[in-house]
Design a protein around this ligand. Structure first.
Ligand code: WTA
Length: 661
């Protein structure tokens, strides 16, 4: 989008209904003036602002004395230092003690008629039991537990049971392959894995336990036990001295387990994410600051009020699931919806039926789902009562204005706040977003910073702050905020190199961004080698390495091309070792399988091109920029390619991608 395009964008005022209806609560922040005043205080006096917020929103077993300490330069950021608290106590006990019969989790199963409702009282018992099971297996504070589970309430129970005893959970998205799971289990030295016999999604069974078995096969791993939930009942292979049934173990366990007092800076969880280079990093989040960020953003960005029904459609294996299915809503004592199925099962009305059935007030999904549903036609959303909705959110990638408009009109009926929320695994919670009762929105812009976030746009080469309208630079943050990641597990220097050293004094997001004349922030996508496919973060280096592992491949170059449905899609250009005698058709299938096996099905390239050579500089570096322009149909504007080692390669590749000219 150019600045001329931005000028065409219509600004949407806050819907009247949110501010004036007697049927709705008054928004926590109900004017732009109020937002501005609060934001100013939050960045100018973070100690006062966050000290108060942390006391209001969290329960501390020992109060903190120092609100914030440390700096980006030194990489020693810490919040609420002397304070002690337990995340599971904050998410469960304090609500269970007051309102034990309130519904904590609504689980909508894969089949729409399979709904489970779990109260806070029940959740407390379930979490305690699982915590006691883990303890009985020798898991202690600071130990690691991996969770490889489908979208069932027990996944939340597992997460909170770890938090209760101070074990560090590392949830691995159940779409990852056995090899990816093994890498994560090895890196985090997980002693226990929680899993299920199978998962269910979109009417199909997924062989979860088998993938865990494969991950642990033929290799020494730190895993002592695998606890298996019975989800579908399909018989699964069993290792007697390693595997335990979930239901048998919890039946033996006591229903109370006292929460371990944790220092605010004790680790809460790891979440592995892709970066530009090398193996995925275990992003480390700590307890107090993370929990505050998750809770504060649910309160202010989703304008949460008591009795709301909060529904985030993300998978629990991604950070969005952590902050907006589990920790954020439960810290506030909300009813959170856990959805096991897909947006199109059994038909494309599924999301909308879900909203109507459970009277959902906040609904949070990704642009790729919105685009896919829009494409299937308005008839699937029409005639369904969506009047319970107040706030509808989007996350994961830039949302294009067409998708934004459709979401606003067809789902929000023009009467809901649309929040395009920008953030990352590393930021812990949303950092740029409108506030429902305050911010006039512009489709495609994540608008303004959340409290405590002081964003700047830097010139990528000089590192100086750019104060120019509509010019894209790199997005960075000027001062620490509570929920930011503290480290990369066992690799603090990698944390420094990736986020804090590139632009000294700033946290570097890896995203490009600009500001328009009204100060609205527009996120432009990654400036590094991270590709975003349907909101899934993938590194080109990781996919290239999976391809090169194949015995036929000499070299691989992977780039993200434009895709109108998934945002970006993966194109791989592969050269072969000499004397490979196989058809292209056979090889592309083989190589696709290879990526699925090493990373997971969601990382499979959309196109694989077998080529004789890559466009390279004279020093041998592959010019991915050239490949990107070719797949995006911009090869008429390649610029000067005479510096390539062999410029004739380009014409051959253009023909390969677009056919003979
Ligand atoms: C992208 C997901 C534009 C961005 C919470 C970021 C977005 C990466 C938005 C993080 C948005 C996320 N607009 N881009 N509203 N939200 N992104 O770690 O490139 O899976 O760096 O966290 O997603 O992806 P991650």
């Amino acid at each position: 989008m150019t600045s001329a395009d931005i000028d065409q964008i219509v600004t949407h005022p806050v819907p009247e209904r949110l501010l004036k209806s007697p049927d709705f609560p008054t928004p926590h922040v109900d004017s732009m003036e109020k937002y501005k005043a609060m934001w100013k205080e939050s960045v100018e006096k973070p100690k006062e602002f966050f000290g108060k917020l942390a006391t209001d929103l969290l329960s501390w077993s020992k109060p903190f004395q120092t609100v914030t300490h440390g700096s980006f330069e030194k990489g020693d950021v810490a919040w609420f230092l002397e304070g002690e608290l337990n995340a599971s106590y904050n998410c469960v006990d304090r609500h269970a003690l007051k309102t034990p019969d309130k519904i904590a989790i609504i689980h909508e199963g894969d089949e729409p008629d399979k709904v489970r409702r779990i109260t806070y009282g029940e959740l407390l018992r379930d979490v305690c039991r699982m915590a006691n099971v883990l303890k009985s297996l020798g898991v202690r504070k600071g130990d690691n537990v991996a969770i490889y589970m489908p979208m069932v309430p027990e996944a939340i129970v597992g997460i909170l049971a770890c938090a209760r005893i101070g074990a560090i959970h590392s949830v691995v998205f159940a779409g990852f392959s056995a090899e990816s799971l093994r890498d994560r289990v090895m890196d985090s030295s997980a002693r226990v894995i929680l899993t299920s016999d199978e998962g269910r999604r979109g009417g199909k069974n997924i062989a979860t336990k088998r993938i865990v078995d494969d991950a642990l096969r033929d290799r020494e791993t730190p895993v002592e036990h695998v606890i298996v939930l019975r989800r579908t009942g399909t018989p699964v292979p069993w290792e007697n001295d390693r595997d335990l049934w979930w239901h048998e173990e919890v039946a033996k366990a006591r229903t109370f387990c006292s929460p371990e007092p944790m220092n605010s800076e004790d680790p809460l969880f790891l979440l592995y994410t892709s970066g530009s280079t090398g193996a995925p990093k275990g992003i480390l989040h700590t307890t107090g600051g993370y929990l505050l960020g998750a809770a504060a953003t649910v309160k202010y960005i989703f304008d949460y009020h008591e009795n709301d029904i909060f529904a985030c459609m993300a998978d629990i294996g991604w950070v969005t699931g952590h902050s907006y299915i589990v920790y954020g809503p439960l810290t506030l004592g909300a009813t959170t919806v856990l959805f096991e199925s897909t947006p199109t099962y059994p038909n494309p009305s599924r999301f909308w039926n879900l909203i109507e059935k459970h009277k959902i007030t906040q609904f949070y999904t990704a642009p790729t789902a919105i685009r896919a549903l829009r494409r299937l036609g308005d008839e699937w959303v029409e005639g369904i009562d969506l009047s319970s909705l107040r706030v509808i959110g989007s996350v994961g990638e830039p949302i294009n204005p067409e998708a934004w408009d459709w979401y606003n009109e067809k789902v929000g009926k023009g009467k809901c706040a649309v929040v395009d929320t920008y953030w990352q695994t590393e930021t812990g919670s949303i950092i740029v977003s409108p506030l429902p009762g305050a911010t006039p929105t512009k489709p495609g812009s994540a608008t303004f910073p959340f409290f405590g976030i002081d964003p700047v746009i830097l010139d990528p080469t000089t590192g100086k702050v750019m104060d120019v309208v509509d010019e894209t630079g790199v997005l960075a943050i000027r001062q620490p905020w509570p929920s930011m990641a503290r480290s990369v597990y066992n690799n603090h220097s990698r944390f420094m190199e990736t986020y804090l050293s590139p632009y000294p004094g700033y946290y570097f997001t890896g995203d490009g961004a600009s500001r328009d004349k009204d100060g609205y922030i527009w996120i432009r996508g990654r400036v590094d080698d991270v590709i975003n496919v349907s909101g899934h973060r993938l590194s080109t280096a990781e996919i290239e390495s999976a391809l090169v592992h194949h015995e036929t491949v000499a070299e691989a170059a992977v780039i993200g091309g434009f895709d109108s449905l998934t945002g970006q899609c993966i194109h791989a250009f592969v050269t072969l070792k000499p004397h490979i005698e196989a058809t292209e058709d056979f090889l592309t299938k083989e190589l696709t399988l290879q990526v699925r096996k090493i990373i997971g099905p969601f990382a499979a390239p959309k196109r694989i091109y077998i080529v004789n050579d890559h466009p390279k500089t004279r020093s041998g570096k592959i010019m991915r920029r050239v490949l990107r322009k070719i797949v995006d149909n911009e090869h008429k504007q390649l610029g000067d390619i005479s510096t390539l080692a062999d410029p004739s390669v380009v014409a051959v590749i253009i023909e390969k991608v677009h056919g003979p000219v």
